[in-house]
Design a protein around this ligand. Structure first.
Ligand code: DC
Length: 237
């Protein structure tokens, strides 16, 4: 069966997680959050007291640990870090380990394995450009800086954090800068990606738009209502 790969890239707070999860569910595909992989490695690097610039040590550690990110829970070597990786400290630490080319190499190789096994909706920064340059569907989700800060601050309030919107806006701006200016696989819009500005869109509108694009690519207008498995089978895939 041909595997479907939907790549969703974009800056933080653009809505990638919510959209990717909903699209995966509608398609019956596996949702993979690659940001969680960088976060889990950062968490482990801090646990093991590595300097966050020690590329060789962190890459070697990343190559040895078992990371699971499917289905909404995140674990690394058996530690459930689902909540522990959503802190301001890990925001900063993940951005630092994501700069290290050898760490990226290890994680990108694992991300490609997901795409060999299952049909996936994978979110990150370099999915359409580096991890799966031949993904059938590539989406770049964006939103204004103000709206992204507002969403992140709301998330934070939800999880009990104290960060005000101004602090969140500063942190997002710093991470945007780090993502876009780093030498290794910086955040950029793939030439063949569909750019969606979600600033004034409801989540359901964005999800519908992505499913419409998947339908267009697969030639199956009902793919979002009955899921991928039946759809691909009916194509003899
Ligand atoms: O999406 P996120 O905020 O959970 O990502 C955490 C960090 O990892 C962020 O600094 C961007 C980086 N990242 C990356 O460089 N490449 C990816 N494919 C996913 C995330």
């Amino acid at each position: 069966m041909t595997k479907l790969i939907v790549a969703i890239d974009g800056p933080s707070g653009a809505g990638k997680g919510t959209v990717a999860r909903a699209v995966a569910q509608a398609l019956g595909a596996v949702h993979v959050d690659t940001g969680a992989m960088y976060r889990a490695v950062a968490w482990m690097a801090l646990q093991e007291q590595h300097s966050l610039d020690d590329e060789a040590a962190i890459a070697a550690m990343a190559a040895q640990v078992h990371i699971e990110v499917e289905g909404g829970r995140v674990s690394i070597d058996g530690h459930d870090v689902t909540r522990a990786i959503r802190t301001p400290e890990i925001d900063g630490a993940a951005a630092r380990v994501a700069r290290l080319p050898r760490v990226r190499e290890v994680l990108v190789a694992r991300q490609r394995v997901y795409g060999e096994r299952d049909s996936i909706v994978m979110e990150g920064r370099d999915i359409g450009t580096v991890v799966f340059p031949h993904a059938q569907v590539k989406i770049y989700l964006d939103a204004s800086a103000d709206e992204r800060a507002r969403r992140r601050a709301a998330d934070d309030a939800h999880s009990g954090g104290q960060a005000g919107q101004a602090a969140v806006a500063r942190s997002i701006a710093a991470r945007d800068r780090a993502d876009v200016t780093r030498a290794a696989s910086p955040l950029m819009i793939a030439a063949d990606a569909v750019y969606i500005d979600t600033t004034d869109m409801a989540v359901s509108e964005v999800v519908d738009r992505v499913i419409e694009l998947v339908s267009g690519k697969t030639g199956d207008p009902l793919i979002g209502t009955r899921g991928l498995h039946r759809a691909t089978r009916s194509h003899g895939g």
